[in-house]
Design a protein around this ligand. Structure first.
Ligand SMILES: [Mg+2]
Length: 345
């Protein structure tokens, strides 16, 4: 991918994407090795060789992020690196899996080393916080910036949180305020470029609920992460579990900064339909509520009960205009306008 003036793929990988490989092992002469539990052979061979923990299932998920489709291309490289990994980690959290390894396929419109340095900083900052190791990948040149990450996690047999486990009578709960990321995206569209702005930060640097999920995976009936908006993701949970839901609109936790900037009704719409929040939506038996709350609080998390699972299909208890929000995705707007129609009072 290089001409004489720009470093080639392997040099770029060596410079920016071997940060948890021991320095002595970054040369071609030495057998590649990452001093990490479960990494038998890391970057540098044709495949990584990995050893999942005994008694665990492997959880695998892949996600592609495209500039100006899934994230604003003019965000900082560091935020883009963080966000690309965060959305993948959130899928591991959705299953209650412990993050272990990931691979990265990066398509770059140009080799900009300052950008790569920032991207790697954001990526590794989050990777190290969640103890997940980059064990392979490639870099190519293409017209648009594209980031594909495959994450691997492990979860003890029979403890994975699934979408099919919700039962009538279960409580429905979320792990944090909703709508903030949507507020951040709107602020970005309105010209707010301060990435420390709380709503913008919620959108660009989501905090995947990994430790929260691991702490309650054995206690809940089912769940998933909220990436498409509460109503859409609740719809997924209900469909897979063959149940319905009754929400308490007043119990849905809203970001106070969002309420101040949009008003209560618009903030509720953002919570219902906005997406990109990456909180967990959980179904749990009522007699587990205290234990789940205690386990979440022990890792700095929170539990907000927002409704109940019903035997009757359909989502009741909230009125949504189903208003299409401005997203990067043309089809997202369409999807958004479909989402609200499932909600009736
Ligand atoms: Mg998900």
């Amino acid at each position: 991918m290089s001409d004489a003036a720009t470093p080639g793929e392997f040099e770029l990988i060596r410079r920016y994407f071997m940060q948890d490989v021991e320095p002595a092992c970054r040369s071609d002469q030495v057998s590649p090795h990452q001093a990490r539990a479960g990494v038998v052979l890391g970057q540098g061979d044709d495949c990584a060789l990995l050893a999942p923990s005994a008694g665990c299932r492997l959880a695998v998920s892949v996600d592609t992020s495209l500039a100006d489709v899934h994230f604003p291309g003019d965000a900082s490289a560091e935020a883009i690196g963080h966000r690309a990994l965060a959305v993948n980690l959130s899928d591991l959290a959705a299953m209650g899996a412990r993050p272990r390894w990931f691979v990265l396929a990066l398509t770059l419109p140009e080799v900009d080393e300052q950008w790569l340095e920032g991207f790697a900083r954001g990526l590794y900052g989050l990777a190290q916080a969640h103890d997940i190791a980059l064990v392979g990948g490639d870099i190519t040149c293409g017209r648009e910036l594209s980031i594909t990450i495959t994450v691997h996690g492990d979860v003890p047999d029979d403890e994975a949180i699934t979408r099919h486990g919700a039962r009538p009578g279960d409580l429905l709960a979320v792990t944090g305020v909703l709508g903030s990321a949507h507020g951040g995206l709107r602020a970005w569209f309105d010209g707010q470029r301060d990435e420390r702005h709380p709503l913008v930060k919620a959108y660009l640097r989501p905090a995947p609920r990994v430790s929260e999920a691991m702490s309650i995976r054995h206690l809940v009936s089912g769940g998933l992460d909220i990436s498409d908006g509460l109503l859409a993701d609740l719809g997924h949970l209900c469909a897979r579990s063959g149940v319905g839901a009754c929400l308490d609109a007043n119990a849905i936790p809203l970001d106070q900064a969002l309420v101040e900037s949009l008003g209560a009704q618009e903030a509720l719409e953002a919570a219902l339909n906005g997406g990109d929040d990456y909180e967990l939506l959980l179904a749990l038996a009522p007699d587990r509520e205290a234990a789940v709350r205690q386990a979440l609080e022990a890792v700095g998390g929170a539990l907000h009960v927002i409704g109940r699972v019903t035997a009757e299909p359909g989502i009741t208890g909230v009125v949504s205009t189903g208003r299409g929000w401005q997203h990067f995705h043309a089809q997202d707007q369409q999807a958004q306008s479909h989402r609200g129609t499932g909600a009736t009072s």
